[in-house]
Design a protein around this ligand. Structure first.
Ligand SMILES: Cc1cc2nc3c(=O)[nH]c(=O)nc-3n(C[C@H](O)[C@H](O)[C@H](O)COP(=O)(O)OP(=O)(O)OC[C@H]3O[C@@H](n4cnc5c(N)ncnc54)[C@H](O)[C@@H]3O)c2cc1C
Length: 409
């Protein structure tokens, strides 16, 4: 029987830590808070065994098969979300590096839990942290960073995916309220979220300067969730289309000024892409490790397939790409920690990590031969889960646009 998450000891390099102890891992220092689960990871990945074990216990056994089907059993997610709290609120000098490593490890266990946390943390909490007033932070950030509530991010519309400036959801000011009408689609966490960071048009004539952001309670009349999307992968990550019909949002819920929405969306995605890069590396690492272990066991022509040079070279390429992806991702995270601009670096990390994860998952299936095509093993799930990382939070083509625009300025 699996121990409840709260009962598992926090383990770092096989040393159990006491509450109140401070862990110093080269560039990262975290204090273990009595009574609160504390994330322990270092820039070199130290401590990840315990985190991985927690995540595997949390989600992996059924991760590929879980669908939400309208259920709102959030207990496993809530336990996982607790792990983001020290990163969100403590603001250590390496918060984003630790966060990237955590999302990698969580995604190694379950990519769906990885993106659930990444969306709540990077796309919902981060803009509130950066642009919210004190009153907004109290109500709309604290419970979401503490794992009590779950947030989502509403930017995409049927005609506004890669071209996010094509927003058609409108917010019309009426006294101390705005009246919102429109549609958002592909909203991760949408079926179960408590609040949304929502992007709307307050002035259609001004293009991107007419976009305004709000934070919205999903229980507001006129916030209409549609049925959950059926997807190729990340099947335990709920997403859906949401219609807004004459939804009234108080002026106090506006995030930033009118017209600042596009800037908020783009700067939020700069951070979000670090999370998706980390998610891709986690998926790739799981696929790599399963392929490596299988290669040692499976025999053909009287020897383990790991002794065939063709397999050895595939494994060498897989781990080299993943480690390169991790370095790019940690560089972007470290720039974010230092407060420096990181759009180009986040795009590079997301582009490379997502494409590497797909190449790695493809090779992992190949190394498994026929078994790689079977639903009996997790490797087919990693293959399906990897695909989305090249699409959401900007496709690979959009990342190439961001990088080349920065180069050619
Ligand atoms: C599972 C899932 C979860 C998601 N979660 C969220 C969420 O939580 N919140 C949210 O707001 N959105 C979310 N999205 C939306 C996601 O960000 C968009 O799907 C993505 O940005 C691509 O937009 P699109 O689907 O409209 O594709 P399109 O923009 O129609 O692109 C189609 C193709 O054309 C290419 N293309 C487009 N423009 C160019 C160009 N200028 N140059 C070269 N190629 C180009 C694209 O790269 C792509 O290959 C999610 C999507 C999925 C599938």
């Amino acid at each position: 029987m699996r121990a409840p998450i709260s009962d598992l000891p926090l383990v770092l390099d096989d040393v159990s830590l006491q509450a109140g102890a401070t862990v110093i891992l080269s560039r990262l220092s975290l204090t273990i808070t009595p009574g609160a689960p504390t994330l322990i990871v270092g820039p070199n990945g130290a401590g990840k065994t315990s985190l991985l074990r927690l995540c595997m216990g949390l989600a992996a056994p059924s991760a590929g098969r879980v669908t939400w089907g309208g259920r709102t059993d959030r207990a496993p997610l809530r336990r996982a979300i607790l792990f983001q709290r020290p990163v969100m609120l403590r603001r250590t000098t390496a918060a984003n590096v630790a966060y990237a490593l955590a999302i990698e490890e969580i995604s190694r266990g379950c990519a769906s839990v990885g993106v659930t946390l990444s969306v709540n943390n990077s796309l919902y909490c981060d803009p509130l942290l950066k642009y919210g007033t004190d009153a907004q932070k109290e109500r709309w950030l604290k419970p979401f960073a503490a794992g009590e509530k779950l947030g989502c991010f509403g930017l995409t519309e049927p005609q506004a995916g890669s071209d996010a400036a094509e927003q058609r959801t409108t917010a019309v000011r009426r006294g101390d309220k705005y009246v919102v009408n429109g549609t958002k689609n592909w909203i991760t966490n949408g079926p179960v979220a408590d609040a949304m960071v929502l992007f709307t048009m307050t002035d259609l004539s001004k293009g991107t300067k007419g976009i305004t952001a709000f934070v919205v309670d999903t229980g507001t009349p006129g916030f209409l969730r549609q049925k959950s999307d059926e997807k190729l992968g990340i099947c335990a990550s709920p997403s859906c289309t949401i219609f807004f019909e004459n939804m009234e949002v108080p002026v106090a819920n506006r995030l930033g000024q009118e017209g600042e929405g596009f800037k908020i969306a783009m700067s939020t995605l700069d951070g979000g892409r670090i999370g998706i890069a980390a998610q891709a590396i986690g998926i790739g690492m799981a696929a790599f490790e399963e392929a490596r272990d299988y290669a040692k066991l499976r025999k053909t022509f009287d020897v383990p397939i790991a002794q065939h040079q063709a397999i050895q070279f595939m494994l060498a390429d897989m781990i080299t790409e993943l480690e390169a992806a991790r370095l790019l991702t940690l560089r972007a995270a470290s720039l974010k920690d230092s407060g420096a601009r990181h759009s180009r670096e986040s795009s590079m990390a997301k582009l490379y990590a997502s494409e590497a994860a797909n190449r790695v998952a493809d090779k992992a299936v190949q190394i498994h031969g026929g078994m790689g095509y079977s639903k009996e093993l997790d490797v087919e799930r990693h293959f399906r889960d990897a695909r989305i990382t090249e699409i959401y939070e900007g496709t690979s083509e959009i990342q190439r646009l961001v990088i080349s625009n920065a180069l050619l300025k």
